[in-house]
Design a protein around this ligand. Structure first.
Ligand SMILES: [Zn+2]
Ligand SMILES: [Zn+2]
Length: 344
């Protein structure tokens, strides 16, 4: 029987439609992935085309005498700009803050054809270190209220550029969605005296059915009320409100966990389009006891339609427990390119 489940963190309801349930393997992405060249002459992120982007904010390694592994550049078509002051105006029912903010692009590798799922762990660690360096720097700006780190992979995830990259957008305001999640977490802390995420992790580790993988410092799992098939969260096991609190040892472990989770999705579901985003405490709430940062991976296997838009409820056709069981069995450590494998 189908059932409605409530997301503990957002209080949103999800219809887990087991009546029309599909087996996890039937969800594999069906779009044809073409084999991609490792260098594309007119790609602004490929080596040799550095002049096509605004000047670098950060480069790894820092020396310009050696080829770069990764670069951070301001987005050429930035949604927000650092050059203006966030001035707020209120005119009757209209509230406006002018377009102040930071919009960085992280070019993850010089190789146009690379995917994060197949990179080495040390390369992913380097990318996460860049996230943290920029996160820490941007956090120091008192005009910033919220920093969002995210990656779009594939056209269904909204990416216009094929070259592997992630983005950071920092805004002078906090959305009602983030505010509401914080209030739920604070309310839970006031009622029970503990972090709701720490409590959930303890329960999930005990129950095991929705766990995808566990490492020394991180847990990857399917949410009980997962709004979409294979929506996978990675939580630090130690309580931390902000991504900026992660230690060097935890960073290495997180890179391994992220890379192998992405590889499980890549191999198990034939390289699906996906978004991932790091949900971290807003700048004003660093160190709070009631919020716990995490990374959320959302494979784009289904589309949001009228019911979702109208009701604010999602329909998920794959049982989270079945998705977890499926992903546990997929080998996340063997490197095999789906596009190349399809050709042979
Ligand atoms: Zn490229
Ligand atoms: Zn916690």
């Amino acid at each position: 029987m189908s059932e409605l489940r409530q997301n503990f963190a957002t209080k949103e309801w999800v219809v887990i439609a087991t009546e029309r349930a599909r087996r996890p393997e039937e969800m594999a992405s069906h779009h044809e992935r073409k084999a991609v060249a490792s260098f594309v002459a007119n790609c602004p992120f490929c080596p040799g085309n550095e002049k096509l982007t605004p000047p670098e904010v950060l480069r790894v390694p820092t020396s310009t005498d050696v080829p770069w592994h990764a670069r951070v550049v301001p987005n050429k078509f930035a949604a927000l700009s650092r050059e203006v002051q966030p001035t707020r105006t209120v005119h009757r029912s209209r509230r406006t803050v002018n377009g102040f903010g930071v919009h960085d692009v992280i070019v993850e590798t010089p190789d146009h054809s690379q995917v994060m799922a197949l990179m080495s762990d040390s390369y992913v660690t380097e990318i996460l270190r860049i996230y943290k360096t920029r996160y820490d720097e941007i956090s120091l700006d008192p005009r910033i209220a919220l920093i969002t780190i995210f990656k779009n992979h594939g056209p269904d995830a909204g990416t216009s550029l094929e070259h592997p990259h992630s983005q950071i957008i920092a805004t002078p305001v906090i959305s009602i969605q983030v505010r509401e999640r914080f209030q739920q977490a604070l309310r839970h802390f006031d009622d029970y005296g503990e972090c709701m995420f720490c409590q959930m992790l303890e329960e999930e580790l005990e129950e095991q059915t929705r766990i995808v993988a566990v490492s020394e410092h991180f847990v990857a799992l399917e949410m009980y009320a997962s709004p979409a098939p294979f929506c996978t969260h990675i939580y630090p096991r130690r309580h931390m409100a902000s991504f900026g609190d992660v230690s060097a040892a935890e960073m290495n472990d997180m890179a391994r966990m992220l890379r192998s989770t992405l590889a499980k999705l890549y191999h198990g579901l034939a390289d699906p389009d996906f978004n991932f985003t790091i949900r971290s405490a807003p700048a004003e709430s660093v160190g709070v006891k009631y919020f716990h940062w995490y990374l959320s991976i959302i494979p784009r296997l289904t589309r949001v339609a009228g019911f979702e838009l109208g009701s604010g409820m999602f329909i998920n056709t794959v049982l989270p427990e079945a998705a977890a069981e499926f992903l546990r069995k997929v080998d996340g450590d063997t490197v095999k390119n789906v596009a190349t494998a399809a050709k042979t």
